[in-house]
Design a protein around this ligand. Sequence first.
Ligand code: F6P
Length: 363
Amino acid sequence: MTSGTIKRIGVLTSGGDCAGLNAAIRAVVQRAIRGYGWQVLGVKEGTRGLLERPLMYEELSLRIFTGNILRMGGTILGTINKGDPFAYDMPDGTVEDRSQAFVDGFHELGLDGLIGIGGDGSMKILSRLAQQGGIPFIGIPKTIDNDVPFTEFSIGFATAVTAASEALDRLQPTAASHQRVMILEVMGRDAGHLALNAGIAGGVDVILIPEIPYHLEKIADKIASLRQQGRNHALVVCSEAIRSADGGSVTTTHVDGEVRYGGVGHGLGEQIAQLTGAETRVTVLGHVQRGGAPSSRDRIIASAFGVKAVDLLAEGRTDRMVAWQHREVVAVPLEEVVSRNHNVEVNGTLVNTARGLGICLGD
Ligand code: F6P
């Protein structure tokens, strides 16, 4: 399918929200309408919009894109992070394969192509759906976890790093005033990019990430060495899925059966207090990292991704994900994207930077 045969495309956001999604939607609409004269339908609430009957969608015209949308957090289309059509939770509690309903929904709307803005999980699901239904598909990576492979940045990551490093800016003076060890727990699931970047930007003393199992004694040694230098407060940033060298990470199973991270910092704070005698306080930053206005970097990346995604559809170069590599937007085959993951490289530049700054990584 090339630009001459495309008349109408769909765009959806899938998985957890983050800052910059609206900027990407805006770019898709601007490029599709201005550049190619296509019609754009916004599919509501991720995959659900094409699974439900009646179908959930709205036409996105240039008129709805007032000056504000670029600056808005969240997603005007809505999203869900439980919308896997291959294992869909039905209202009666059963789980069904509803993938064909998604494909049928795509055709019922008369769409000629689909752009999906999502994280690594969404890329896997959407590319499988596209293959099954012969849907010309392009993926745009977004996630505050920054764990989508082949792209240096995913939409939302930069804003989340700013939120976490600003939190550290606020924690430092109160840590110093009260001579406390402040622990900031950040999100990121099993990837430590957010903690590592925020920790360096926020000038912390200890960074704990899932990729490097930690020893409590190493953290205690670091705090002791700070005391010897005459400093009686410290900042620690930890990922929500950290693992101690001799134990597992902390997850909670909720009433809906979903396993979630969050709260590991509290136990860590207790352990540090016991071992060092320091007074500790814990802040779990949570969804604050996902909200707010997108940073300028996220707006730029989202805009570049949106324009490129439409151009790829027009060229007929589908089954690809746009990616940021060496200051350029490139197209990566989805079959490669879904076969890899993207964790922190334990010998990479930023880990070495942290070590060079004297930051303890718990090992
Ligand atoms: O994947 C993004 C993310 O924010 C993770 O960092 C976090 O663990 C998870 O989503 C939280 O999901 P929910 O919004 O369902 O609580």
